[in-house]
Design a protein around this ligand. Structure first.
Ligand code: NAP
Ligand code: GCO
Length: 266
């Protein structure tokens, strides 16, 4: 086996959901540099245009589509459009996600449902849309962006933890059901990554000191820092490429060691 191009995605079509910025943007950019043709979506034209401008600035060619990943009709139409514009999807990254931080006993049921809908139901909806063509072509890669909360709980994130725990099991089930078609479905479990989603947890205090949660994460991470979106690109390339053709149903935690560590004595 020649390993020179083992991480190459040349000629592959990759759809990264919710990738106007943040983790999805970094993964889509890395895939483009590895040779893939990239499609991304966001929920409205303004956000898609913003994303397109960021990719253009970074010198990355992509196609952007308006699509709410919770809307099955829109997902089916978007998959058909991507197939027409770029070719059938070889690599799907279920990245779009939201979080609501509210104590569970105060959480509105509508907020709970929205989190489960975007973080768990949507990966099912988008994977369902791309699977038939992957099965027909006997190959495909599905990467679900999981979380520390696929393994751990913490106060205020009940819906998110329930969804990301479910997403880990959906990952294992897609592997179980479609491995025979040479489809690999794996997860990435990012640790605490500096993106807009976690910005409220890093806000400076009025006196200029660190947010207590920021200090807590530094103390809880053996690497003693927050992750960057670039920390996730190598692992994503591995799971999207032929380098991982016999890796299936796995969640690769990219967390600077959080899950291995009991934490510092205060
Ligand atoms: P982010 O900065 O908030 O980006 C999330 C993206 O998803 C945004 O582009 C957002 O678009 C999009 N999105 C939300 N709802 C959508 C919908 N219904 N349809 C289409 N797109 C939608 O988050 P991130 O930190 O990059 O997180 C990306 C993924 O990694 C998420 O699944 C998140 O849970 C997971 N994750 C993040 C961390 C972390 O520390 N940051 C750690 C572990 C896992 P809008 O512009 O419309 O909001
Ligand atoms: C939180 C965080 C997280 C993450 C992430 C950790 O409030 O605890 O936002 O849940 O961003 O998913 O892996």
């Amino acid at each position: 086996m020649d390993h020179t191009d083992i991480l190459s995605l040349k000629g592959k079509v990759a759809w990264v959901t919710g990738a106007s910025y943040g983790i999805g943007f970094a993964i889509a950019s890395a895939f483009a540099q590895a040779g893939a043709k990239i499609a991304f979506n966001d929920i409205n034209q303004e956000l898609v245009d913003k994303g397109l401008a960021s990719y253009k600035k970074a010198g990355i060619a992509v196609k952007g589509y308006v699509c709410d990943v919770t809307d099955e009709d829109s997902v089916i139409k978007t998959n058909a459009l991507i197939t027409k514009d770029l070719g059938a999807v070889d690599i799907l990254v279920n990245n779009a996600g939201i979080i609501r931080r509210t104590p569970m006993h105060e959480m509105e049921v509508s907020d709970w449902r929205r989190v489960i809908d975007i973080d768990l139901n949507a990966p099912f909806i988008v994977a369902k849309a791309v699977l038939p063509s992957m099965m027909e072509r006997k190959g495909g890669k599905i990467i679900n962006i999981c979380s520390m909360m696929s393994e751990l709980g913490r106060e205020t994130v009940s819906a998110y933890a329930a969804a990301k725990g479910g997403l880990k099991m959906l990952t294992r089930n897609i592997c179980s059901e479609y491995g025979k078609y040479n489809i690999q479905c794996n997860g990435i479990g990012p640790g605490y990554i500096a993106t807009p989603q976690t910005a409220p947890l890093r806000e400076k205090q009025a006196d200029g000191s660190r947010h207590p949660f920021d200090s807590f994460i530094i103390a809880k991470t053996p690497a003693e820092r927050w992750g960057t979106t670039e920390d996730l690109t190598g692992p994503a390339l591995f799971l999207a490429s032929k380098a991982s053709d016999f890796v299936n149903g796995h969640v690769l935690y990219v967390d600077g060691g959080i899950l291995a560590y009991i934490g510092k004595q205060p």
